[in-house]
Write a protein that binds this ligand. Structure first.
Ligand code: ADP
Length: 502
Protein backbone atom coordinates (compact mmCIF):
# COMPACT_ATOMS: atom_id res chain seq x y z
CA UNK A 1 0.00 0.00 0.00
CA UNK A 2 2.83 2.35 0.95
CA UNK A 3 4.30 2.05 -2.52
CA UNK A 4 0.99 2.74 -4.19
CA UNK A 5 0.53 5.82 -2.04
CA UNK A 6 4.03 7.00 -2.91
CA UNK A 7 3.34 6.53 -6.62
CA UNK A 8 0.02 8.26 -6.29
CA UNK A 9 1.56 11.24 -4.49
CA UNK A 10 4.37 11.68 -7.00
CA UNK A 11 1.97 11.34 -9.92
CA UNK A 12 -0.39 13.85 -8.34
CA UNK A 13 2.49 16.28 -7.86
CA UNK A 14 3.15 15.97 -11.56
CA UNK A 15 -0.51 16.60 -12.26
CA UNK A 16 -1.21 13.11 -13.68
CA UNK A 17 -4.35 11.18 -12.79
CA UNK A 18 -3.65 7.87 -11.03
CA UNK A 19 -5.65 4.73 -11.47
CA UNK A 20 -5.01 1.91 -9.07
CA UNK A 21 -6.72 -1.38 -8.49
CA UNK A 22 -8.97 -1.40 -5.46
CA UNK A 23 -8.46 -4.30 -3.06
CA UNK A 24 -10.64 -7.23 -4.13
CA UNK A 25 -10.21 -9.99 -1.58
CA UNK A 26 -12.23 -13.16 -1.97
CA UNK A 27 -14.19 -13.90 1.19
CA UNK A 28 -13.12 -16.89 3.27
CA UNK A 29 -16.61 -17.32 4.72
CA UNK A 30 -17.37 -20.16 2.37
CA UNK A 31 -14.67 -22.30 3.99
CA UNK A 32 -15.60 -24.06 7.23
CA UNK A 33 -12.37 -25.15 8.80
CA UNK A 34 -12.41 -27.79 11.48
CA UNK A 35 -10.01 -27.58 14.40
CA UNK A 36 -8.69 -31.05 13.63
CA UNK A 37 -8.65 -33.34 10.63
CA UNK A 38 -8.30 -37.10 11.13
CA UNK A 39 -7.23 -39.68 8.55
CA UNK A 40 -9.71 -40.76 5.91
CA UNK A 41 -9.72 -44.55 6.16
CA UNK A 42 -12.48 -46.96 5.18
CA UNK A 43 -14.89 -44.14 4.35
CA UNK A 44 -14.59 -42.43 7.76
CA UNK A 45 -12.43 -39.74 9.29
CA UNK A 46 -10.58 -41.47 12.13
CA UNK A 47 -8.13 -40.47 14.87
CA UNK A 48 -4.57 -41.53 14.07
CA UNK A 49 -3.27 -44.58 15.95
CA UNK A 50 0.03 -42.71 16.06
CA UNK A 51 -1.61 -40.17 18.39
CA UNK A 52 0.30 -37.35 16.67
CA UNK A 53 -0.93 -34.25 14.94
CA UNK A 54 0.73 -31.37 13.15
CA UNK A 55 -0.28 -27.82 12.46
CA UNK A 56 -1.01 -26.64 8.94
CA UNK A 57 -0.73 -22.91 8.23
CA UNK A 58 -1.49 -20.21 5.70
CA UNK A 59 1.94 -19.42 4.19
CA UNK A 60 0.88 -15.88 3.26
CA UNK A 61 0.52 -14.83 6.91
CA UNK A 62 1.80 -17.81 8.95
CA UNK A 63 -1.59 -18.11 10.70
CA UNK A 64 -2.47 -21.64 11.84
CA UNK A 65 -5.43 -23.13 9.99
CA UNK A 66 -5.95 -26.53 11.62
CA UNK A 67 -4.39 -29.57 13.25
CA UNK A 68 -3.92 -32.52 10.92
CA UNK A 69 -3.22 -36.16 11.78
CA UNK A 70 0.29 -37.49 11.25
CA UNK A 71 -0.14 -41.07 10.06
CA UNK A 72 2.18 -43.68 11.57
CA UNK A 73 3.00 -47.11 10.11
CA UNK A 74 -0.03 -48.66 11.80
CA UNK A 75 -2.32 -46.08 10.22
CA UNK A 76 -0.83 -46.66 6.79
CA UNK A 77 -1.31 -50.39 7.30
CA UNK A 78 -4.99 -49.86 8.18
CA UNK A 79 -5.47 -47.70 5.09
CA UNK A 80 -3.85 -50.29 2.80
CA UNK A 81 -6.05 -53.03 4.31
CA UNK A 82 -9.16 -50.90 3.82
CA UNK A 83 -8.16 -50.37 0.19
CA UNK A 84 -7.52 -54.10 -0.30
CA UNK A 85 -10.91 -55.05 1.20
CA UNK A 86 -12.71 -52.51 -0.97
CA UNK A 87 -10.85 -53.78 -4.02
CA UNK A 88 -11.66 -57.43 -3.46
CA UNK A 89 -15.20 -57.11 -2.18
CA UNK A 90 -16.50 -54.34 -4.35
CA UNK A 91 -14.59 -52.13 -6.73
CA UNK A 92 -12.68 -54.66 -8.84
CA UNK A 93 -15.84 -56.40 -9.98
CA UNK A 94 -18.06 -53.40 -10.41
CA UNK A 95 -18.93 -52.79 -14.09
CA UNK A 96 -17.07 -49.86 -15.60
CA UNK A 97 -20.33 -48.04 -16.26
CA UNK A 98 -21.06 -48.12 -12.50
CA UNK A 99 -17.58 -46.87 -11.58
CA UNK A 100 -18.14 -44.07 -14.09
CA UNK A 101 -21.26 -42.91 -12.24
CA UNK A 102 -19.24 -42.32 -9.08
CA UNK A 103 -16.53 -40.45 -10.99
CA UNK A 104 -19.10 -38.24 -12.73
CA UNK A 105 -20.66 -37.55 -9.35
CA UNK A 106 -17.30 -36.52 -7.87
CA UNK A 107 -16.62 -34.30 -10.90
CA UNK A 108 -19.96 -32.56 -10.59
CA UNK A 109 -19.58 -32.05 -6.85
CA UNK A 110 -16.13 -30.51 -7.36
CA UNK A 111 -17.72 -28.07 -9.79
CA UNK A 112 -20.54 -27.28 -7.39
CA UNK A 113 -18.12 -26.59 -4.54
CA UNK A 114 -15.41 -25.04 -6.72
CA UNK A 115 -15.31 -21.72 -4.90
CA UNK A 116 -14.92 -23.36 -1.51
CA UNK A 117 -12.10 -25.57 -2.84
CA UNK A 118 -10.38 -22.66 -4.57
CA UNK A 119 -10.41 -20.46 -1.47
CA UNK A 120 -9.13 -23.30 0.71
CA UNK A 121 -6.41 -24.15 -1.81
CA UNK A 122 -5.24 -20.57 -1.77
CA UNK A 123 -5.37 -20.33 2.03
CA UNK A 124 -3.34 -23.49 2.58
CA UNK A 125 -0.90 -23.20 -0.32
CA UNK A 126 -0.42 -19.47 -0.95
CA UNK A 127 -1.25 -19.51 -4.67
CA UNK A 128 -3.23 -16.59 -6.14
CA UNK A 129 -6.99 -17.13 -6.05
CA UNK A 130 -7.26 -16.38 -9.75
CA UNK A 131 -5.07 -19.43 -10.41
CA UNK A 132 -6.81 -21.82 -8.03
CA UNK A 133 -10.18 -20.56 -9.31
CA UNK A 134 -9.38 -20.53 -13.03
CA UNK A 135 -6.82 -23.33 -13.39
CA UNK A 136 -6.63 -25.81 -10.52
CA UNK A 137 -10.36 -26.25 -9.95
CA UNK A 138 -11.63 -26.47 -13.54
CA UNK A 139 -8.83 -28.88 -14.41
CA UNK A 140 -9.43 -31.06 -11.34
CA UNK A 141 -13.10 -31.46 -12.29
CA UNK A 142 -12.15 -32.00 -15.94
CA UNK A 143 -9.86 -34.90 -15.02
CA UNK A 144 -12.68 -36.70 -13.20
CA UNK A 145 -15.06 -36.07 -16.10
CA UNK A 146 -12.49 -37.25 -18.63
CA UNK A 147 -11.61 -40.51 -16.87
CA UNK A 148 -15.25 -41.19 -16.00
CA UNK A 149 -15.71 -41.36 -19.75
CA UNK A 150 -13.05 -44.08 -20.10
CA UNK A 151 -14.24 -46.28 -17.22
CA UNK A 152 -16.59 -48.37 -19.37
CA UNK A 153 -14.47 -48.16 -22.53
CA UNK A 154 -11.23 -49.77 -21.42
CA UNK A 155 -11.67 -52.58 -23.96
CA UNK A 156 -11.80 -49.93 -26.68
CA UNK A 157 -8.84 -48.03 -25.25
CA UNK A 158 -6.70 -51.18 -25.31
CA UNK A 159 -8.24 -53.54 -27.88
CA UNK A 160 -7.40 -57.25 -27.59
CA UNK A 161 -5.33 -56.67 -24.48
CA UNK A 162 -7.85 -57.68 -21.79
CA UNK A 163 -7.42 -54.64 -19.49
CA UNK A 164 -7.65 -55.54 -15.79
CA UNK A 165 -7.05 -53.38 -12.71
CA UNK A 166 -3.81 -53.86 -10.78
CA UNK A 167 -5.07 -53.69 -7.19
CA UNK A 168 -4.13 -51.18 -4.52
CA UNK A 169 -2.35 -48.02 -5.68
CA UNK A 170 -0.26 -45.91 -3.29
CA UNK A 171 -0.20 -42.34 -4.56
CA UNK A 172 2.11 -39.69 -3.16
CA UNK A 173 1.64 -36.08 -4.25
CA UNK A 174 3.40 -32.73 -3.81
CA UNK A 175 2.29 -29.33 -2.54
CA UNK A 176 2.33 -27.20 -5.68
CA UNK A 177 -1.08 -28.29 -7.09
CA UNK A 178 -2.56 -30.17 -4.13
CA UNK A 179 -6.10 -30.83 -5.39
CA UNK A 180 -5.16 -31.06 -9.05
CA UNK A 181 -2.45 -33.64 -8.36
CA UNK A 182 -4.96 -35.63 -6.30
CA UNK A 183 -7.33 -35.55 -9.28
CA UNK A 184 -4.57 -36.55 -11.73
CA UNK A 185 -3.80 -39.55 -9.56
CA UNK A 186 -7.24 -40.65 -8.36
CA UNK A 187 -9.28 -40.32 -11.54
CA UNK A 188 -7.38 -42.77 -13.81
CA UNK A 189 -6.73 -45.21 -10.95
CA UNK A 190 -10.41 -45.42 -10.03
CA UNK A 191 -11.60 -45.50 -13.63
CA UNK A 192 -9.34 -48.50 -14.23
CA UNK A 193 -10.82 -50.31 -11.21
CA UNK A 194 -8.08 -49.88 -8.61
CA UNK A 195 -8.46 -48.71 -5.05
CA UNK A 196 -6.20 -46.06 -3.59
CA UNK A 197 -4.27 -44.81 -0.59
CA UNK A 198 -3.38 -41.16 -1.24
CA UNK A 199 -0.66 -39.29 0.67
CA UNK A 200 -0.89 -35.49 0.26
CA UNK A 201 2.11 -33.27 0.95
CA UNK A 202 2.64 -32.14 4.52
CA UNK A 203 2.25 -28.41 3.89
CA UNK A 204 -0.99 -28.67 1.90
CA UNK A 205 -3.30 -31.40 3.21
CA UNK A 206 -6.56 -29.48 3.45
CA UNK A 207 -8.06 -29.67 -0.05
CA UNK A 208 -7.31 -33.39 -0.26
CA UNK A 209 -9.15 -33.83 3.04
CA UNK A 210 -12.07 -31.76 1.75
CA UNK A 211 -12.05 -34.05 -1.28
CA UNK A 212 -12.27 -36.95 1.19
CA UNK A 213 -15.43 -35.38 2.63
CA UNK A 214 -16.84 -34.94 -0.85
CA UNK A 215 -16.01 -38.54 -1.73
CA UNK A 216 -17.89 -39.67 1.37
CA UNK A 217 -20.88 -37.58 0.34
CA UNK A 218 -20.68 -39.09 -3.14
CA UNK A 219 -21.15 -42.46 -1.37
CA UNK A 220 -18.14 -44.04 -2.96
CA UNK A 221 -17.90 -47.50 -1.36
CA UNK A 222 -15.84 -47.22 1.87
CA UNK A 223 -12.13 -47.92 1.38
CA UNK A 224 -12.02 -47.26 -2.36
CA UNK A 225 -10.19 -43.99 -1.56
CA UNK A 226 -8.19 -43.57 1.65
CA UNK A 227 -6.19 -40.48 2.56
CA UNK A 228 -3.26 -40.56 4.98
CA UNK A 229 -1.63 -37.26 5.90
CA UNK A 230 1.83 -36.52 7.25
CA UNK A 231 5.37 -35.93 6.04
CA UNK A 232 7.81 -38.29 4.32
CA UNK A 233 7.46 -41.20 6.79
CA UNK A 234 3.92 -42.24 5.89
CA UNK A 235 4.93 -41.85 2.24
CA UNK A 236 7.84 -44.23 2.78
CA UNK A 237 5.62 -46.62 4.76
CA UNK A 238 3.21 -46.70 1.84
CA UNK A 239 6.01 -47.32 -0.66
CA UNK A 240 7.37 -50.19 1.43
CA UNK A 241 4.02 -51.81 2.27
CA UNK A 242 3.65 -55.35 0.89
CA UNK A 243 -0.06 -54.83 0.27
CA UNK A 244 0.51 -52.09 -2.30
CA UNK A 245 0.66 -53.13 -5.96
CA UNK A 246 1.52 -49.85 -7.59
CA UNK A 247 3.17 -46.59 -6.58
CA UNK A 248 2.55 -43.31 -8.37
CA UNK A 249 4.75 -40.50 -7.14
CA UNK A 250 5.03 -36.83 -8.03
CA UNK A 251 7.73 -34.88 -6.23
CA UNK A 252 11.45 -34.29 -6.10
CA UNK A 253 13.96 -36.31 -8.11
CA UNK A 254 15.80 -37.02 -4.86
CA UNK A 255 12.81 -38.78 -3.27
CA UNK A 256 11.92 -40.36 -6.64
CA UNK A 257 15.31 -42.09 -6.63
CA UNK A 258 14.74 -43.38 -3.10
CA UNK A 259 11.36 -44.77 -4.16
CA UNK A 260 12.78 -46.38 -7.27
CA UNK A 261 15.42 -48.14 -5.17
CA UNK A 262 12.82 -49.21 -2.61
CA UNK A 263 10.47 -50.71 -5.20
CA UNK A 264 13.15 -52.36 -7.38
CA UNK A 265 12.71 -56.11 -7.37
CA UNK A 266 9.43 -56.03 -5.43
CA UNK A 267 7.15 -56.47 -8.44
CA UNK A 268 5.40 -53.19 -7.61
CA UNK A 269 4.54 -51.08 -10.61
CA UNK A 270 5.95 -47.56 -10.52
CA UNK A 271 5.49 -44.22 -12.23
CA UNK A 272 7.52 -41.14 -11.30
CA UNK A 273 6.88 -37.52 -12.20
CA UNK A 274 9.88 -35.61 -10.88
CA UNK A 275 11.74 -32.35 -11.29
CA UNK A 276 12.40 -30.23 -14.34
CA UNK A 277 14.55 -27.41 -15.70
CA UNK A 278 12.65 -26.56 -18.84
CA UNK A 279 14.01 -24.40 -21.63
CA UNK A 280 11.68 -21.78 -23.04
CA UNK A 281 13.26 -20.95 -26.41
CA UNK A 282 12.56 -17.64 -28.16
CA UNK A 283 13.63 -17.20 -31.78
CA UNK A 284 14.27 -13.92 -33.51
CA UNK A 285 11.05 -14.17 -35.54
CA UNK A 286 8.78 -14.76 -32.53
CA UNK A 287 6.07 -12.19 -31.77
CA UNK A 288 7.89 -10.68 -28.82
CA UNK A 289 4.95 -9.34 -26.82
CA UNK A 290 3.25 -12.71 -26.97
CA UNK A 291 6.52 -14.43 -26.06
CA UNK A 292 6.94 -12.15 -23.04
CA UNK A 293 3.54 -13.22 -21.75
CA UNK A 294 4.47 -16.85 -22.31
CA UNK A 295 7.79 -16.45 -20.55
CA UNK A 296 6.13 -14.71 -17.59
CA UNK A 297 3.46 -17.40 -17.41
CA UNK A 298 6.14 -20.08 -17.80
CA UNK A 299 8.14 -19.06 -14.75
CA UNK A 300 5.90 -16.92 -12.51
CA UNK A 301 2.71 -19.00 -12.68
CA UNK A 302 2.22 -20.44 -9.18
CA UNK A 303 5.36 -18.58 -7.99
CA UNK A 304 7.43 -20.93 -10.15
CA UNK A 305 6.38 -23.90 -8.00
CA UNK A 306 5.82 -25.92 -11.16
CA UNK A 307 7.87 -28.96 -12.17
CA UNK A 308 7.48 -28.06 -15.86
CA UNK A 309 8.20 -24.32 -15.28
CA UNK A 310 10.12 -22.59 -18.07
CA UNK A 311 12.98 -21.75 -15.71
CA UNK A 312 15.68 -21.36 -18.39
CA UNK A 313 14.96 -18.78 -21.04
CA UNK A 314 17.02 -19.28 -24.21
CA UNK A 315 16.88 -16.21 -26.45
CA UNK A 316 18.27 -15.88 -29.97
CA UNK A 317 20.90 -13.18 -29.72
CA UNK A 318 19.42 -10.53 -32.04
CA UNK A 319 16.32 -10.23 -29.83
CA UNK A 320 18.00 -10.57 -26.46
CA UNK A 321 18.11 -6.83 -25.69
CA UNK A 322 14.53 -5.95 -26.72
CA UNK A 323 13.12 -9.05 -25.05
CA UNK A 324 14.96 -8.35 -21.82
CA UNK A 325 13.70 -4.78 -21.79
CA UNK A 326 10.11 -5.91 -22.30
CA UNK A 327 10.47 -8.58 -19.64
CA UNK A 328 11.81 -6.12 -17.09
CA UNK A 329 8.94 -3.77 -17.81
CA UNK A 330 6.42 -6.58 -17.48
CA UNK A 331 7.94 -7.70 -14.18
CA UNK A 332 7.20 -4.28 -12.70
CA UNK A 333 3.51 -4.70 -13.43
CA UNK A 334 3.13 -8.04 -11.64
CA UNK A 335 1.11 -7.63 -8.49
CA UNK A 336 2.53 -9.48 -5.51
CA UNK A 337 0.54 -9.78 -2.30
CA UNK A 338 -2.53 -11.23 -0.64
CA UNK A 339 -3.20 -14.47 -2.54
CA UNK A 340 -6.91 -14.11 -1.84
CA UNK A 341 -7.04 -10.80 -3.71
CA UNK A 342 -8.45 -11.36 -7.18
CA UNK A 343 -5.89 -8.96 -8.68
CA UNK A 344 -2.87 -10.79 -7.32
CA UNK A 345 -0.44 -12.30 -9.82
CA UNK A 346 2.25 -13.55 -7.44
CA UNK A 347 1.22 -15.21 -4.20
CA UNK A 348 3.19 -16.58 -1.28
CA UNK A 349 6.01 -19.10 -1.35
CA UNK A 350 4.60 -22.37 -0.05
CA UNK A 351 6.77 -22.77 3.06
CA UNK A 352 9.65 -21.27 4.99
CA UNK A 353 11.86 -24.20 3.94
CA UNK A 354 11.11 -23.57 0.26
CA UNK A 355 11.77 -19.85 0.66
CA UNK A 356 15.16 -20.64 2.19
CA UNK A 357 15.96 -22.95 -0.73
CA UNK A 358 15.10 -20.23 -3.25
CA UNK A 359 17.18 -17.65 -1.35
CA UNK A 360 20.15 -19.99 -1.32
CA UNK A 361 19.98 -20.45 -5.09
CA UNK A 362 19.74 -16.73 -5.69
CA UNK A 363 22.78 -16.06 -3.50
CA UNK A 364 24.66 -18.76 -5.43
CA UNK A 365 23.62 -17.12 -8.72
CA UNK A 366 25.07 -13.77 -7.64
CA UNK A 367 28.22 -15.38 -6.22
CA UNK A 368 28.83 -17.31 -9.41
CA UNK A 369 28.75 -14.08 -11.40
CA UNK A 370 25.25 -13.83 -12.87
CA UNK A 371 23.50 -10.47 -12.89
CA UNK A 372 20.26 -10.19 -10.95
CA UNK A 373 17.20 -8.07 -11.66
CA UNK A 374 14.19 -8.06 -9.34
CA UNK A 375 10.76 -6.52 -9.54
CA UNK A 376 10.60 -3.45 -7.35
CA UNK A 377 7.64 -4.45 -5.20
CA UNK A 378 6.94 -4.31 -1.48
CA UNK A 379 6.78 -7.61 0.35
CA UNK A 380 4.16 -8.19 3.05
CA UNK A 381 5.63 -8.26 6.54
CA UNK A 382 4.42 -11.72 7.52
CA UNK A 383 4.48 -14.90 5.52
CA UNK A 384 6.89 -16.25 2.92
CA UNK A 385 7.54 -14.06 -0.10
CA UNK A 386 10.00 -13.73 -2.92
CA UNK A 387 10.22 -11.07 -5.61
CA UNK A 388 9.99 -12.09 -9.26
CA UNK A 389 13.63 -12.39 -10.28
CA UNK A 390 15.62 -12.54 -13.52
CA UNK A 391 19.26 -13.48 -14.02
CA UNK A 392 21.34 -12.51 -17.04
CA UNK A 393 25.00 -13.33 -17.72
CA UNK A 394 24.15 -16.88 -16.82
CA UNK A 395 26.48 -19.63 -17.95
CA UNK A 396 25.44 -23.24 -18.32
CA UNK A 397 27.66 -24.29 -15.43
CA UNK A 398 25.90 -22.01 -12.91
CA UNK A 399 23.74 -23.75 -10.35
CA UNK A 400 20.81 -21.49 -11.30
CA UNK A 401 21.05 -22.91 -14.83
CA UNK A 402 21.42 -26.54 -13.79
CA UNK A 403 19.31 -27.15 -10.70
CA UNK A 404 15.60 -26.90 -10.16
CA UNK A 405 14.86 -23.81 -8.02
CA UNK A 406 11.08 -24.24 -7.82
CA UNK A 407 10.59 -20.53 -7.31
CA UNK A 408 9.99 -17.28 -9.26
CA UNK A 409 13.53 -17.11 -10.62
CA UNK A 410 14.36 -17.09 -14.32
CA UNK A 411 17.83 -17.74 -15.76
CA UNK A 412 18.37 -16.16 -19.18
CA UNK A 413 20.89 -17.52 -21.69
CA UNK A 414 21.36 -16.80 -25.39
CA UNK A 415 21.98 -18.82 -28.58
CA UNK A 416 22.86 -18.14 -32.22
CA UNK A 417 21.67 -21.22 -34.14
CA UNK A 418 18.79 -23.67 -33.72
CA UNK A 419 21.35 -26.44 -33.16
CA UNK A 420 22.89 -24.49 -30.30
CA UNK A 421 19.44 -23.94 -28.81
CA UNK A 422 18.77 -27.70 -28.90
CA UNK A 423 22.14 -28.49 -27.38
CA UNK A 424 21.66 -26.02 -24.54
CA UNK A 425 18.05 -27.03 -23.94
CA UNK A 426 19.03 -30.69 -23.66
CA UNK A 427 22.05 -29.97 -21.50
CA UNK A 428 20.27 -30.94 -18.28
CA UNK A 429 19.62 -34.14 -16.39
CA UNK A 430 15.91 -33.34 -16.61
CA UNK A 431 13.48 -33.69 -19.51
CA UNK A 432 9.95 -32.75 -18.57
CA UNK A 433 8.94 -29.86 -20.81
CA UNK A 434 10.10 -27.20 -23.25
CA UNK A 435 8.68 -24.19 -25.07
CA UNK A 436 9.38 -22.87 -28.57
CA UNK A 437 8.48 -19.37 -29.78
CA UNK A 438 8.75 -18.81 -33.51
CA UNK A 439 6.56 -18.00 -36.48
CA UNK A 440 7.89 -20.92 -38.53
CA UNK A 441 5.95 -24.17 -38.28
CA UNK A 442 8.82 -26.13 -39.84
CA UNK A 443 11.17 -24.88 -37.15
CA UNK A 444 8.74 -25.90 -34.42
CA UNK A 445 8.68 -29.45 -35.80
CA UNK A 446 12.46 -29.54 -36.29
CA UNK A 447 13.03 -28.43 -32.70
CA UNK A 448 10.32 -30.62 -31.16
CA UNK A 449 11.88 -33.71 -32.73
CA UNK A 450 15.20 -32.95 -31.10
CA UNK A 451 14.20 -31.70 -27.67
CA UNK A 452 14.40 -34.34 -24.95
CA UNK A 453 11.23 -33.33 -23.16
CA UNK A 454 7.96 -35.11 -22.47
CA UNK A 455 5.91 -32.06 -23.43
CA UNK A 456 6.87 -29.42 -25.98
CA UNK A 457 4.69 -26.34 -26.14
CA UNK A 458 4.77 -24.15 -29.25
CA UNK A 459 3.92 -20.45 -28.92
CA UNK A 460 2.32 -21.15 -25.56
CA UNK A 461 3.37 -22.58 -22.20
CA UNK A 462 1.90 -24.41 -19.19
CA UNK A 463 -1.16 -25.59 -21.13
CA UNK A 464 -2.88 -28.64 -19.70
CA UNK A 465 -5.74 -30.79 -20.79
CA UNK A 466 -6.92 -34.08 -19.33
CA UNK A 467 -6.79 -35.67 -22.78
CA UNK A 468 -3.13 -34.80 -23.23
CA UNK A 469 -0.46 -37.08 -21.72
CA UNK A 470 2.15 -35.48 -19.46
CA UNK A 471 5.40 -36.92 -18.13
CA UNK A 472 9.16 -36.91 -18.39
CA UNK A 473 12.40 -38.23 -19.79
CA UNK A 474 15.67 -38.83 -17.96
CA UNK A 475 15.64 -37.63 -14.34
CA UNK A 476 12.19 -36.12 -14.75
CA UNK A 477 10.79 -39.63 -14.38
CA UNK A 478 8.77 -42.06 -16.46
CA UNK A 479 5.17 -42.96 -17.11
CA UNK A 480 2.47 -40.64 -18.40
CA UNK A 481 -0.49 -39.01 -16.69
CA UNK A 482 -3.44 -37.73 -18.67
CA UNK A 483 -5.02 -39.08 -21.81
CA UNK A 484 -5.42 -42.72 -22.70
CA UNK A 485 -1.73 -43.13 -21.82
CA UNK A 486 -2.57 -42.19 -18.24
CA UNK A 487 -4.72 -45.32 -17.85
CA UNK A 488 -1.94 -47.69 -18.79
CA UNK A 489 0.02 -47.53 -15.51
CA UNK A 490 -3.16 -48.62 -13.70
CA UNK A 491 -3.93 -51.64 -15.86
CA UNK A 492 -2.64 -55.13 -16.44
CA UNK A 493 -2.59 -55.61 -20.18
CA UNK A 494 -1.98 -58.77 -22.17
CA UNK A 495 1.09 -58.75 -24.39
CA UNK A 496 2.33 -55.58 -22.86
CA UNK A 497 3.72 -53.79 -19.98
CA UNK A 498 5.03 -56.49 -17.60
CA UNK A 499 4.31 -56.55 -13.91
CA UNK A 500 7.14 -54.56 -12.43
CA UNK A 501 8.91 -51.27 -12.83
CA UNK A 502 10.03 -50.53 -16.33
P1 ADP B 1 9.20 -31.36 -2.63
O1 ADP B 1 10.66 -31.06 -2.73
O2 ADP B 1 8.39 -30.94 -3.78
O3 ADP B 1 8.62 -31.09 -1.28
P2 ADP B 1 9.25 -34.13 -1.98
O4 ADP B 1 9.71 -35.16 -2.94
O5 ADP B 1 10.04 -33.91 -0.75
O6 ADP B 1 9.07 -32.87 -2.88
O7 ADP B 1 7.74 -34.40 -1.55
C1 ADP B 1 6.76 -34.91 -2.41
C2 ADP B 1 5.91 -35.88 -1.63
O8 ADP B 1 6.70 -37.01 -1.24
C3 ADP B 1 5.33 -35.32 -0.33
O9 ADP B 1 4.03 -35.84 -0.16
C4 ADP B 1 6.29 -35.87 0.72
O10 ADP B 1 5.71 -35.98 1.99
C5 ADP B 1 6.59 -37.24 0.15
N1 ADP B 1 7.85 -37.85 0.62
C6 ADP B 1 8.94 -37.24 1.14
N2 ADP B 1 9.90 -38.15 1.43
C7 ADP B 1 9.41 -39.37 1.09
C8 ADP B 1 9.92 -40.72 1.11
N3 ADP B 1 11.14 -41.01 1.56
N4 ADP B 1 9.13 -41.72 0.66
C9 ADP B 1 7.90 -41.45 0.18
N5 ADP B 1 7.37 -40.23 0.13
C10 ADP B 1 8.10 -39.18 0.57
Amino acid sequence: MAKIEKQARSALEQGEPVWEYADAPESTEIVHLRDRYGLFIGGEFVEPKSGTWFETIDPSNEQPLAQVAEAGPEDVDLAVHAARDAYETHWRDLPGSERAKYLYRIARQIQERAREFAVLETMNGGKPIKESRDVDLPLAAAHFFYYAGWADKLEYAFPNRRPRPIGVAGQIIPWNFPLLMAAWKLAPALAAGNTVVLKPAETTPLTALLLGELIREAELPPGVVNIVTGAGEPGAALVNHDGVDKIAFTGSTEVGKIIRRATAGTGKRLTLELGGKAANIVFEDAPLDQAVEGVVNGIFFNQGHVCCAGSRLLVEEPVFEPLLEKLKERLQTLRLGNPLDKNTDIGAINSRAQLQRIEEFVVAGVQEGAEMYQADCDLPERGFWFRPTLFTNVSQSHRIAREEIFGPVLSILTFRTPAEAVEKANNTPYGLSAGIWTEKGSRILWMAERLEAGVVWANTFNRFDPASPFGGYKESGFGREGGRHGLEPYLELDGGNGASTR
